[in-house]
Design a protein around this ligand. Structure first.
Ligand code: 3HC
Length: 315
């Protein structure tokens, strides 16, 4: 593949083959992948905060062990994804600086508070459930390192989703107070989970968005609304099984469409949270920046050790 030969890139995309780091690629392809993979990685590490908040208060040793494992997994997902982003010529440190400076995003869902233990269940069931719906098609993303990272991530996500469903299953069969906790968590997490799939395909957001180009490049395999619809169709029967009522009075099965019709998402809330005005945006960012600063000595020690090893190998 001769350098600068974009025909080679076009042919790989047309044949649905993988683009690898050393392949020539349009700068726009590179940039949109850096943007998306970085934000995906940022979402994973910020996502550790809402659940981490309940590790010391888990109701049993078993739940504590499962939650610790899940939060650790999210950190690992972040590392895979930062490594995938680095194959595109950026440095993880630079991406974290952009996150801390508000120049790169993370998923809006993590700007909502975890008020009760049932929220840990709702996050596993709905947030990881939505993440799986979004991440399974990314296993077939045209960019090789991203698609391979996703295959590993998806295997661990299914455990995340199942343990969340099981937490709510137990609560929904518990005391009246526990039932109410499960219902309250579903009420608060349903709509923000639908927002994880991004803005609507129609309207002005779609014009400025990335969907059309990213679908042409084989990065995005389904539109935002299509994936959201698949998630709703999969989740409504689960809610019925659980015995929780999803907080959408317009939710009804549409025989003609063969899908569940759902009510309008509050897009004003979506864009407000993206602009930084969600319930926990400031707290998440200050915790993140403090953790980064507190970890400076670890990075210095690791760099000093690596430099010493490198000079020893030259002796
Ligand atoms: N939160 C924050 N920003 C969002 C968003 C959300 N829920 N949905 C869309 N956006 C942003 C996009 O980043 C874009 O802004 P930008 O140009 O500044 O990046 C803008 O809104 C327009 O959206 P588009 O749909 O045009 O953008 P994309 O084509 O990038 O699609 C996406 C958005 C579907 C989130 C896509 O980026 C994607 O699939 N990302 C990878 C998956 C991901 O990041 N998931 C986040 C959750 S990770 C997680 O849940 C981990 C689990 O373990 C819990």
């Amino acid at each position: 593949r001769a350098p600068g030969d974009s025909a080679a890139f076009d042919e790989l995309i047309a044949r649905d083959l993988r683009i690898e780091p050393r392949d020539d690629m349009p700068d726009g392809y590179r940039q949109t992948l850096i943007r998306q993979i970085a934000q995906h990685a940022h979402s994973e590490i910020i996502g550790m905060q809402p659940e981490g908040n309940w590790i010391t208060r888990a109701p049993s040793l078993r739940r504590k062990a499962i939650l610790i494992a899940k939060v650790q997994d999210e950190a690992g997902h972040g590392l895979y994804l930062y490594s995938a982003a680095e194959t595109l010529g950026v440095d993880k440190a630079e991406l974290l600086d952009k996150l801390h400076a508000g120049k790169q995003k993370y998923s809006s869902i993590f700007n909502y508070p975890t008020l009760t233990w049932a929220d840990v269940g709702a996050i596993g069931w709905l947030v990881d459930g939505a993440a799986i719906m979004n991440q399974v098609p990314l296993c077939r993303c045209s960019y090789g390192p991203y698609s391979r990272a996703m295959i590993r991530v998806c295997k661990e996500e299914s455990f995340h989703q199942r343990q969340g469903f099981e937490i709510l299953w137990v609560l929904a069969r518990g005391t009246d107070e526990q039932k109410a906790m499960a219902q309250d968590a579903a009420n608060r997490w349903w709509w923000p989970a639908l927002m994880m799939f991004g803005p609507e395909d129609s309207g002005e957001a779609a014009q400025q968005g990335h969907t059309a180009q990213n679908m042409a490049w084989g990065i995005k395999r389904f539109s935002n609304d299509d994936l959201r619809q698949k998630f709703v169709d999969m989740t409504v029967p689960q809610a019925q099984k659980l015995g929780v009522t999803l907080p959408d009075p317009d939710l009804r099965w549409n025989d003609e469409r063969g899908h569940w019709d759902s009510g309008r998402i509050d897009w004003e809330e979506f864009w407000r949270v993206l602009k930084g005005d969600g319930p926990c945006n400031a707290e998440r960012m200050s915790n993140r920046i403090k953790a980064h600063e507190d970890g400076a000595w670890v990075r210095e020690a690791a760099n000093a050790y690596a430099a010493k090893q490198a000079s020893r190998s030259k002796e």
